[in-house]
Write a protein that binds this ligand. Structure first.
Ligand code: PGA
Length: 258
């Protein structure tokens, strides 16, 4: 079953480009970056979002105020509040201007032992608190080579979105990031498109056509100013999650201008 894409079916949808700064940039550096980016904002044909480290969020949101650049976080506690040393809550993040949060990035799964169940709790918390969840999913090279990509992606989506209704998923964004492509070499546009189609079909089967069509599915993994255009030409690739190429403002502006 082939279904229509987000781009074709929704009028005037812009590509969604999210910068994932990972553990880079102090608040001063974030302020400087966002001011420079904002000076180009009017000529940018995309919805631009920046996932900043916790300590740079306040400065980045201040610099972004009055522009259409959205600031978000790279992680968030699944708990509302309480005795959770070292954790940062949704309410704390909202107050400093966070509009969205990356959840389940493969670096958090692999290096900080986050499971699908923890990620599910975080997605639920984000929905309850009105922060847009960007759920990251992706397969390892071994899983890809054994033909399991579609299965792995749908299992991650099923487990991380379990119990949520289509109404809950109104603001959901999916970021497909093949682990083997992050910081290495991007998937071909065709391989990425095939994975995106699997994701969209799963959303449709589980939550219906409307959810499937309104959910942007972004590609992440070595996106740069040279390969973005071909990736975004694919019918089911609605934007990109960009790590390395989002750190230098000139490179990033070049990338988002396509
Ligand atoms: P990359 O990172 O663009 O440096 O490959 C993407 C990501 O991990 O989100």
């Amino acid at each position: 079953m082939i279904i229509g894409s987000y781009k074709k079916n929704m009028v005037e949808k812009k590509a969604v480009i999210i910068a994932n700064w990972k553990m880079h940039k102090t608040s001063r550096e974030a302020d400087d970056f966002v001011r420079k980016l904002a000076s180009h904002a009017r000529s940018i044909p995309a919805q631009v979002m920046i996932a900043a480290p916790f300590t740079a969020i306040a400065a980045a949101s201040m610099a972004a105020s009055g522009t259409n650049v959205l600031i978000g976080a790279q992680n968030m506690s699944p708990f509302a509040e309480g005795p959770y040393t070292g954790e940062v809550s949704a309410r704390m993040l909202r107050e400093i201007g966070v509009r969205f949060v990356l959840l389940g990035h493969s670096e958090r799964r692999r290096l900080f032992f986050e499971t699908n169940e923890t990620i599910r709790q975080k997605v639920e918390r984000a929905v309850v608190e009105g922060i847009q969840p960007v759920l990251c999913i992706g397969e390892t090279l071994e899983e890809r080579e054994s033909g399991k990509t579609g299965q792995v992606l749908t299992e991650q989506m099923r487990a991380c979105l379990e119990g949520l209704s289509s109404e809950d998923l109104r603001t959901l964004v999916i970021a497909y990031e093949p682990i083997w492509a992050i910081g290495k070499v991007a998937a071909t546009p065709e391989a990425a498109e095939a994975a995106h189609l699997d994701c969209r079909q799963f959303l449709q089967e589980k939550w219906g056509e409307e959810t499937a069509l309104q959910t942007p599915i972004l590609y992440g993994g070595s996106v740069n100013p040279k390969n973005i255009k071909e990736l975004l030409k694919q019918p089911n690739i609605d934007g990109a999650l960009v790590g390395h190429a989002s750190l230098d403002v000139e490179t990033f502006v070049q990338l988002i201008k396509g």
